[in-house]
Design a protein around this ligand. Structure first.
Ligand code: HEM
Ligand code: HEM
Ligand SMILES: [Cu+2]
Length: 367
């Protein structure tokens, strides 16, 4: 029961981190890339999909837990797969906005418009790299979300790989890069070491590629998460490429690069806070989107409707599993009571006692 409630809140909490990063991608990235958001209505659809689907999916963290029927896990999986939509729509809208910005700045061709983007700006580059990592993290999220393929990766080092691409980079790197724009705006001080800031965000990107690549691969060959020194020496491991030693070395190199990058980031922000040089502050406007609110169907603004549907989906996804827990606990209790004899006899270690201990443990896991 506690686990069910933990993931009921645990999954929506990942959006607590992600949505501020989304805001920066929707507002700041197009602005830095050359001006305007591609589509306001699409952005509305994205945020409404989050309202609808961010909660009734928590059971996707519990595919391997006992006490929840497969059917309820299947409902969570279906909702999770639909929840991929807002991320895919975001990738489309943000990239389309950047492309439009780049073309305004003279970019041309199918791909060469990419060179017209402001890659020297650490705020832009950091957020764009974070978005790129988010795309790969999203793919690994699809793997996690499949009920059957989750058996392969659950509780392996693959999951920390997913964690560090998603919250550890898509979010963390976006916040760091965003700070390079925001801190000068808030203080009026010029950013210290612009070039070093650019190196810092690239360093994080390289570090995370090393660290998560080895985490993902390690997870696939069965390395567990939260385990400091698994003993691999006694085993012959067939891995497609490399060795356990190579994976550990990559992981360590990645971790060190990330650590250095963090220290550099903190130093830049700290020095900027006390920088005597000033920088002109932005006028604070958000450029109008190419397709604006007027193009948006009215129903998208009906928040009452969406919240009502969201509540219904939550009840649908959780009421039955909670009831199932209650019923199962009750059944276990009655079985526990009907174990013969030993309460009266007080005998320890009897078959009844062992039985009770066993059911007791299962019953506790369902509480
Ligand atoms: C793109 C869509 C995403 C999908 C489909 C997805 C799916 C999943 C699934 C199914 C798991 C459970 C894996 C397991 O333990 O077997 C998981 C774990 C996790 N996800 Fe995601 N995820 C997505 C995006 C995100 C985002 C954006 C964040 C954070 C900002 C995030 C943070 C986490 C964390 C922290 C865990 C590990 C929780 C733990 O410690 O067990 N995920 N994800
Ligand atoms: C200097 C950069 C970082 C390094 C070197 C690092 C390293 C690690 C390592 C080695 C683990 C344990 C993996 C295991 O289970 O065996 C871990 C877990 C984790 N990290 Fe990081 N990490 C870094 C940054 C971050 C950031 C920025 C975030 C989020 C914003 C983050 C979130 C997490 C989470 C949620 C876990 C899972 C903890 C758990 O298993 O309960 N990490 N990290
Ligand atoms: Cu989740």
């Amino acid at each position: 029961m506690q686990l069910l409630l933990f993931w009921y809140s645990g999954h929506p909490i990942v959006y607590f981190w992600l949505l501020p990063a989304y805001l920066l991608w929707y507002i700041l990235l197009p602005k830095l890339a050359g001006e305007r958001l591609f589509s306001d209505p699409l952005a509305r659809v994205v945020f409404i999909l989050f309202v609808l689907l961010s909660t009734p999916v928590g059971i996707h963290h519990q595919y391997l837990d006992p006490g929840i029927s497969e059917g309820f896990k299947f409902i969570a999986m279906t909702n999770t797969m639909f929840l991929l939509l807002p991320s895919l729509l975001t990738a489309f809208t943000v990239v389309a906005s950047m492309e439009h910005g780049a073309r305004q700045r003279g970019g041309e061709g199918y791909f060469s418009w990419l060179t017209a983007l402001p890659w020297r700006d650490p705020a832009f580059t950091g957020m764009a790299l974070a978005g790129l990592v988010f795309a790969f993290g999203g793919f690994t999220g699809i793997v996690n979300a499949g009920m059957n393929i989750n058996y392969l990766v659950h509780n392996s080092l693959w999951v920390p790989g997913h964690i560090h691409t998603q919250v550890g980079t898509a979010v963390a790197l976006t916040f760091m890069a965003g700070s390079y724009w925001l801190v000068p705006q808030l203080t009026g001080n010029r950013l210290v070491g612009r070039r070093i800031a650019l190196v810092q965000v690239v360093l994080w990107f390289v570090g995370i590629v090393f660290m998560t690549n080895s985490m993902y691969r390690g997870g696939l060959i069965g390395m567990p998460r939260r385990t400091a020194e698994p003993e691999y020496q006694g085993f012959d491991y067939e891995i497609a490429a490399g060795s356990i030693g190579e994976l550990n070395a990559q992981l360590a190199i990645g971790g060190v690069l990330l650590f250095v990058s963090t220290v550099v980031f903190l130093a830049i922000v700290f020095l900027t806070l006390f920088n005597a040089d000033s920088e002109p502050v932005d006028d604070g406007t958000i450029p109008p989107p190419l397709s604006g609110p007027d193009d948006s169907p009215r129903v998208l603004d009906n928040l009452k409707l969406w919240v009502a549907i969201a509540l219904a989906l939550i009840v649908f996804a959780y009421a039955f599993p909670l009831r199932e827990h209650r019923l199962e606990r009750r059944a276990l209790r009655s079985r526990y009571r009907s174990v013969p004899g030993d309460r009266r006899s007080g005998a320890r270690g009897s078959a009844g006692d062992r039985c009770r201990q066993r059911y007791g443990a299962v019953a506790r896991s369902l509480e």
